[in-house]
Write a protein that binds this ligand. Structure first.
Ligand SMILES: C[S@@+](CC[C@H](N)C(=O)[O-])C[C@H]1O[C@@H](n2cnc3c(N)ncnc32)[C@H](O)[C@@H]1O
Length: 309
């Protein structure tokens, strides 16, 4: 393991093990104290949160719609989003632009109708042109009133123990952003996603491979904690699972999917990996430097023809 101060790291380890047990037995308290359960809890203004989700939606469409208008691409589609966070804003935008219905699944029950989230929904509605605005207003139980909650016929939110949807052959489009790096059982989530896709469906995921604030001295030195120690510190906190892009390639193929696109969102310099290589945890030692440098990626996948019964 890479360390410049073993004493400091021992204290860090002990504290993290304790807070991991807190997250395990009193998740409400832990997530409340760490304020890490979604965008609507920080200091961001509703307009900024709305702008973030509009950007997320546009980035999906840029990669999926082949230059067609979003409404044409989404018309009549059944959509699933993994890990929406506390505001179902991407789902609202998908519905506003013509999706037949949107399901959201999460492992943690963090969706909330707070004042900030209501104002975020209203900012999104205001940003739309009249036809989409009208459809967005119809997504709520009371027309145009986010305080009444989303109508499950339009946008349905479910929480399941592992964040799995377990609905084979049900979705034309599956999306997630900043989620797969947090899931506790990546293999199960990819299997769930592969099964949930319809034969001509497509899935798009944005994955952030950075340390989420857990590097101590050097970039990516969070990859040097031995796996058992890392799990003792983090297994109940929703912190990164540390899987690298090689694992995603393997799981995509194992579950009968194929890449339409796989593109990094940035890379460290190879020398950054050289600095930590001697201390890497066992599971990372055989991964080529060219894969370890990835800071994140977009992946677009569909089902490999002939592999599903
Ligand atoms: C960093 S937040 C991202 C939220 C939102 N997608 C965004 O871009 O702001 C991660 C989300 O993934 C959810 N999550 C964590 N583990 C999950 C799992 N196994 N299955 C589904 N969602 C999960 C979290 O509860 C949270 O909603």
């Amino acid at each position: 393991m890479y360390s410049e101060s073993p004493g400091r790291d021992a204290v860090r380890f002990a504290k993290a093990v304790l807070t991991n047990q807190m997250a395990r037995f009193t998740p409400g308290l832990y997530f409340g104290l760490t304020r890490q359960t979604g965008r609507g809890k920080g200091s961001e203004e509703p307009a900024e949160i709305a702008a973030y989700f509009i950007r997320c939606f546009n980035e999906y469409m840029e990669r999926l719609a082949d230059g067609r208008p979003a409404d044409e691409y989404l018309a009549g589609k059944s959509v699933l989003e993994y890990g929406p966070g506390d505001v179902l804003a991407v789902a609202l935008l998908m519905y506003a632009h013509g999706a037949a219905s949107v399901h959201c699944v999460d492992r943690f029950p963090i969706q909330r109708i707070s004042d900030t989230n209501i104002r975020t929904y209203l900012a999104i509605i205001d940003s739309l042109d009249p036809p989409q605005r009208d459809r967005a207003r119809r997504a709520f139980k009371e027309f145009g009133d986010p305080a009444s909650g989303l109508d499950p016929e339009a946008v349905r939110y479910v929480v399941t123990p592992d964040g799995l949807i377990d609905r084979p052959d049900s979705y034309d489009l599956i999306v997630s952003r900043a989620v797969l790096e947090h899931v506790d059982q990546l293999d199960m989530t990819i299997a769930d996603m592969a099964a949930a896709l319809r034969a001509d469906g497509v899935a798009i995921h944005k994955v952030d491979l950075k340390s989420h604030g857990m590097d101590r001295y050097l970039p990516f030195d969070f990859l040097t904690w031995p796996e058992p120690a890392y799990r003792l510190m983090n297994s109940h906190k929703g912190n990164p699972n540390r899987w690298r892009v090689d694992k995603y390639r393997e799981l995509v193929h194992r579950h009968g999917l194929r890449f339409r696109a796989l593109a990094d969102t940035g890379q460290l310099a190879p020398e950054d990996i050289d600095r930590i290589r001697a201390g890497l945890a066992a599971g990372f030692r055989d991964i080529p430097t060219a894969d370890l440098t990835w800071l994140g990626f977009w992946m677009v996948v569909d089902r490999t023809p002939g592999l599903h019964s």
